[in-house]
Design a protein around this ligand. Sequence first.
Ligand code: ARG
Length: 588
Amino acid sequence: MHASFHLAADLDTALKSAAATAGLADAAAFSPEVRVADPKHGDFQANGTLGYAKARKLNPRAVAEQLVAALPAAVRESYDHAIAGPGFINFTLKPAALLAWLRAYDSEPALRAGAAAAHANQTWVVDYSSPNTAKQMHVGHLRSAVIGEAICRLLAFTGARVIRDNHLGDWGTQFGKLIYGYKRWADQAALATDAIEELERLYKLGNAATPDGSPELDEARAELVKLQNGDPANVALWQKFSEVSLAAFQQIYDRLGIRFDHNLGESFYNDKVERVYRELTETTPPIAEISEGALVVFHPEHPRFKTQPFLVRKADGASNYASTDLATALYRTEHFQADGIVVVTDFRQGDHFEQLFLTVRKWFAAKGYRTPELHHVTFGAVTGEDGKALKTRSGDVIKLKALLDEAVERSFAIVSEKNADMPEAERRAIADIVGIGAVQYADLSQNRSSNYVFAWDKMLALDGNTAPYLLYAVARIHSIFRKAGVAPGDAAAQAAATAPETAAEIALARKLVKFPDAIRLATETLRPHFLGLYLFELAGDYSSFNNADKVLVDEPAVRARRLLLCARTLLTLETGLHLLGLRTLTRM
Ligand code: ARG
């Protein structure tokens, strides 16, 4: 029996061809709309009959009957089907089909090969994290990094060539004040130990010493102008700021499993904005116009942006966030040949990206450039349990490094309490994976659009939709294989497996074959929590199976098929957690 990877998608195709075979009127317009069903009704449900019948004043049940009669043999072989309610068609996989699927998708590369069709031959640029330089990352920088990395991995898993681009905020007026402060008060010893902390101090000093209207502010501005004009001393300083910032960021990225392919910050686009201004004004009609000295783009079709224009060049001639982002969109399209661009920032930049994308679409269309898919992936705020911004006791923003350290420390205390006799090095290694994973997963388990409450006890709990719960499920399956004396990937131990039989075995197998649907949903919507939710439910089904059916029984066929289910659950949990950016453990 052939097992297609994405069963729902294949069923959709099969129903479309059944519509043609059955001679349905207007068959080409029939969309089966196959989706994952409530398990009570089956595995998949085709809803498209209703809309199709309604639009043509047909009886939906009669349409469903015609379709069912014309189903290809392969579908009849794999599924039981039933027409339900007003005319849905429910499909339930037969145990033999479940077994065939589980045998076919037996490794991470096999799953990856199955999933790769979605974005095959596509290039996606993902712009995430993208902090401003000369400052430490704080808790507000967590979400973009964590969500962005998960999205990169999902896109790569579904076949895309992914370019991770850290669009650093490394240009702007703040550098005048920082250079001003640096030249007066830099402490070389402090720079050698914690450069970025010292830069923050120097910026604060520089800022405090240059109030509006003061001659000191003029001096700071002069430093900025020198930098912009390529003064070697100031350029060298600015380069140093970027280098130490990146080195500090990389320490955080290492802990989160992030590696950028490029760090093309705002400064990279300095010499690329002139072309943007030119192209936006040379088309007929021009896309941008001069308003009060500034170059702006109105979007008359938009309720707000018809009066509130997109400012792409300031009245004093200087570039801004919009100019560099326009140049960035062009560079990603031309240089990287992007088919898709994803930018991950907090929701407050919504208007900026909406105006940016509207402008890019008009500009590229006018110039005849191919327009990539453009996505602004937004997320809500992180707050403390009191609903307010997360702050330290002294009222400062929490540094990301301190937050990750605390996660690992807290997790170390829990691990030590549970495994007092384990060697410390091992407890530390576990605590690192669980602690960092807990922070990542606390974010990824929620719909990114919502604000989320940062609660240590909840994210470190061993029950609920948490990293410790999922990591523990993984470790527990590993321990079964240790007891059985075989490796999870050992196909010989599973060779005698028969099709799932007990209610718990069948429920688990039916959940396992839905992995492609979870991947697809999370990737299409760019919402990793759909994958998290699936993994949580899978772990629940596994736990029910484990409570109901003993795995290491004597009967060889039963033992083999239960080991097969364990192995595939493990594979799916590990693959899924790795896609979310977490590391997993074999013992916990
Ligand atoms: N540096 C910006 C910030 O800290 C985020 C940049 C996002 N990317 C972009 N192409 N604008 O908010």
